[in-house]
Design a protein around this ligand. Structure first.
Ligand code: PMV
Length: 354
C-alpha cells in the first residue's frame, strides 16, 4: 500500500498494485528528505562528491515506489514513469545508473524500470532523492547485490547526491568525505543520526508545482564557478552541522530551525550572486517566508528552509503543524500545504509493485 502526501485538511489518498516478484525482480520504496544544512556544490561531478557535509530529515509523505525487472530479451533499458515512458534524458540517466550497478554485479541484462512518484516532479521537492534511493535498492537487489545501508547510500549518491540521505529514516548526515577517485567515493556516504524522542514536523508549501527552469545540477555548477559568495557560505556549513547535531541531541527545535533557516537563505544568496543570477524564490515564496516570520513574532517556534525551487518548507512542532499549515496556506492564492513528520528509510516491498 502506498500513501500519497497528506494534504493538510484532506484525508489520505492511497492506491496499491500487486505484481509478482521473482529472483530478477525487486520493488523498493523510499521517501524524500529535506535538508536542514544544504548540499550545494560538487567537488567531483561524475562521482557526485559534494564540497560540504549536509544534514537532512527524511519525511513520511510523497514516497517513490520503483520496480526493477531484468529481462535478458531487452536490447535497452525501458523506463516507465507512472503509465508513460520516461523522457529520453531521464531514461539515459537511469541507464547510466543501471550500468554502474551491472558493473558492480558483473551482470549484463537490461531491465524494465517502473516508477511511481507521488511528489510533483522537478518542483524542488526532492523527487530525485526518493527516486534514486528507491531505484538503487530495487536495482541492486534485482541484480543480486545485497548492499548494507552505507554501501547503498554510496550507490544512491551516484544517481542523485541527496538520494544518499533518503536511504536512512529520520535524520541523516551526509559526509562529504575526503579526497578524489575511489578514496572520495568510499568516504562519501550518509549515516543515520539517532535523536531523543521529540516531535518535529515539516509543513511543505507548494506554491508552484511546475518543473524548475534550471536544474539543481546546472545551478550548482554555475554557483560554484561564478558566485563570489559561494565559499563564504560553504565555510559556514561545518559549524551549522555541529550546531544542529548538538541541538538534535537535546531536542532543541528553536536552535535547529534558526540554523536551518540561515543556512538555506545563505544558499539562495550564493545563487543570487551567480552570473547570470539564479533566482528560485518567487513572490509567493517571499509571502510564505514573511508569514513564517510573523508567526514567530507571535511566539510560535517555526522556521523556514527552501530547496532549489520556490516551495518553502516550515519546520515546527507537530502540535503546531495544523495551525502553521493554515496560516501558510492563506499567504497567497493556490498555495497547497502538506504536513510531514520524520519518515522511514528505503525498504524493499515484498511482493509489491510500482
Ligand atoms: O541531489 P540533487 O541534485 O537534487 O540536489 C539537491 C540540492 C538541494 O535540494 C537544494 C539541497 C539538499 O541538500 O537537498
Amino acid at each position: 500500500m502506498l500513501h500519497t502526501g497528506r494534504e493538510s485538511g484532506a484525508g489520505h489518498e492511497s492506491h496499491s498494485a500487486a505484481v509478482e516478484s521473482g529472483p530478477d525482480r525487486a520493488t523498493a520504496i523510499a521517501h524524500p528528505n529535506i535538508a536542514l544544512v544544504k548540499y550545494w556544490g560538487k567537488r567531483d561531478e561524475s562521482l557526485m562528491l559534494p564540497v560540504t557535509d549536509s544534514l537532512s530529515m527524511t519525511v513520511d509523505i510523497f514516497p517513490t515506489v520503483t520496480t526493477v525487472s531484468i529481462d535478458p530479451q531487452l536490447r535497452a533499458d525501458t523506463v516507465i514513469f507512472g503509465e508513460e515512458p520516461a523522457p529520453e534524458h531521464i531514461r539515459a540517466r537511469v541507464t547510466r545508473f543501471l550500468d554502474l550497478i551491472r558493473e558492480l554485479a558483473g551482470a549484463s541484462g537490461h531491465a524494465v524500470v517502473h516508477t511511481r512518484n507521488s511528489v510533483p516532479t522537478g518542483a524542488g521537492l526532492a523527487s530525485s532523492a526518493s527516486g534514486f534511493a528507491a531505484l538503487a535498492l530495487a536495482a541492486a537487489t534485482a541484480y543480486g547485490l545485497r548492499p548494507d545501508p552505507t554501501t547503498l547510500s554510496r550507490l544512491a549518491r551516484r544517481g542523485s547526491g541527496s538520494a544518499c540521505r533518503s536511504v536512512h529514516g529520520g535524520f541523516a548526515l551526509w559526509h562529504a568525505g575526503a579526497g578524489w577517485g575511489s578514496d572520495g567515493d568510499h568516504s562519501s556516504y550518509a549515516e543515520q543520526l539517532y535523536t531523543p524522542e521529540f516531535d518535529p514536523a515539516m509543513v511543505i508549501t507548494v506554491v508552484d508545482n511546475r518543473a524548475k527552469r534550471i536544474s539543481s545540477r546546472d545551478a550548482m555548477h554555475r554557483t560554484l564557478s561564478t558566485s563570489p559568495l559561494y565559499l563564504a557560505w560553504a565555510n559556514t556549513c561545518a559549524a551549522d552541522i555541529a550546531g544542529i547535531r548538538a541541538a538534535l541531541g537535546c531536542a532543541d527545535l528553536d536552535t535547529i530551525g534558526r540554523i536551518a533557516e540561515h543556512n538555506a537563505l545563505g544558499m539562495h544568496a550564493t545563487m543570487l550572486a551567480a552570473r547570470p543570477p539564479i533566482r528560485y524564490l518567487s513572490p509567493k515564496s517571499v509571502a510564505v517566508l514573511d508569514r513564517i516570520l510573523h508567526l514567530r513574532e507571535q511566539g510560535l517556534c517555526v522556521y523556514a528552509t527552501v530547496d532549489a525551487g520556490p516551495n518553502v518548507v516550515a519546520l515546527c512542532h507537530d502540535s503546531d503543524a495544523v495551525a502553521v499549515a493554515a496560516a501558510l496556506g492563506a499567504a497567497g492564492e493556490h498555495i497547497r500545504t502538506f504536513i510531514a513528520r520524520p519518515g522511514p528509510g528505503a525498504a524493499l516491498v515484498a511482493g509489491g509493485g510500482a
